[in-house]
Design a protein around this ligand. Structure first.
Ligand code: TXA
Ligand code: MG
Length: 313
């Protein structure tokens, strides 16, 4: 069956209330949602995305008081992050309440919680009347979707509904901070930079490389954000081979003829456009995508993290 596309958050929310799956926009990327407390509905997310069952989901809330239906406890430092960054592109990982089914957290005793600031997302979440678990709305392993059309491309016929909004504002996924231990650990970098987290909780640390045997954030062990094309990270426009079958994205223009090229004004615009550029390169059967390296700070740190993962074979 074809997926229904609607611009109405209340129409979309009806599917959640009936135990269905709905893709919806947030300020980071589009998510694929289901009622967190409905195990059958949550299992549909894993099936639709072909997502490994050991990769936990983030619960999205429309109201701050929903945190207590999801979390067993909220440590003082986690509350400080919530006060500072909710609603916004931050996920806090907390010890879960008993009400949250194991399928949502992939068997972990913790749950990621996030309150998006995107207006359509908030209207949809409020109309759903329940927290909504949602991974990015792409087929597992593909670049995260930043437009409703990208969701449609991956998931048409596999999910009930798409809530159609604008292209997402930030373009990279939320910053994930584990608050279930003694002190905060940043598991995934995002639009909220490590410095901003540290301004609130000074002992926050970055998780060690999550490529190890038992990564803290289970999702980090999987191939991620990958177009079919090869991804190579290069210094400003240098070292491009086979330009006619290659693509380039960056701030500095290499000034050669390429299969595809996107020159962006700054790092923010780069982050905003990179996943859609990857998808467009695949639509055009590009062989190699050359990506300009940027400074590893602020949103640049999150961008470099995604580029490195995409470049990893
Ligand atoms: O911006 C975002 O976070 C988007 C939008 C839709 O909100 N969502 C998103 O979800 O990127 P997903 O599932 O694609 O990525 C969630 C990441 C994964 O790496 C997952 O392993 C990690 O967060 N994660 C989720 N729950 C966790 C938990 N309880 N403990 C540790 N890591 C967790
Ligand atoms: Mg994802």
């Amino acid at each position: 069956m074809d997926t229904i596309v609607t611009t109405s958050p209340t129409e979309a929310a009806k599917f959640i209330r009936r135990g269905g799956t709905v893709a919806f926009p947030t300020e980071t990327v589009y998510g694929l949602g289901a009622n967190v407390f409905d195990e059958v509905a949550v299992s549909k997310i894993f099936n639709a995305k072909k997502r490994p069952a050991d990769n936990p989901l983030i619960a999205h809330i429309g109201r701050l008081d929903q945190v207590k239906t999801l979390a067993a406890e909220v440590p003082v430092f986690a509350q400080r992050l919530i006060d500072a960054f909710f609603p916004g592109p931050l996920t806090v990982v907390l010890r879960k309440s008993e009400k949250v089914p194991m399928i949502a957290t992939a068997g972990l005793d913790t749950i990621g919680v996030r309150m998006p600031r995107n207006e359509l997302a908030r209207e949809f979440l409020l109309a759903s009347g329940t927290p909504v678990v949602a991974p990015s709305a792409n087929l597992s392993g593909r670049p995260s979707p930043t437009t409703w059309q990208a969701v449609y491309e991956d998931l048409n016929g596999r999910i009930d509904c798409i809530l159609q909004g604008e292209a997402t504002e930030i373009g990279l996924e939320s910053t994930v901070v584990d608050c279930s231990g003694e002190s905060p650990v940043v598991l995934r970098q995002g639009a909220i930079a490590l410095d901003q987290i540290r301004a609130e909780v000074h002992n926050a640390v970055l998780a060690e490389s999550s490529d190890g045997e038992s990564p803290k954030s289970p999702g980090m062990k999987y191939r991620h954000y990958s177009p079919t094309a090869k991804v190579k990270i290069i210094e400003a426009g240098n070292g491009i081979l086979d330009p006619l079958t290659s693509a380039y994205i960056g701030i500095v223009d290499p000034e050669i003829t390429l299969g595809m090229k996107l020159i962006v004004p700054d790092i923010q615009a780069y982050a905003h456009s990179v996943f859609e550029f990857f998808r467009e390169c695949d639509r055009k059967s590009i062989g190699t995508i050359y990506c300009e390296k940027v400074m590893d700070e602020g949103i640049g740190a999150a961008l470099m993290d995604r580029l490195r993962r995409a470049a990893h074979d």
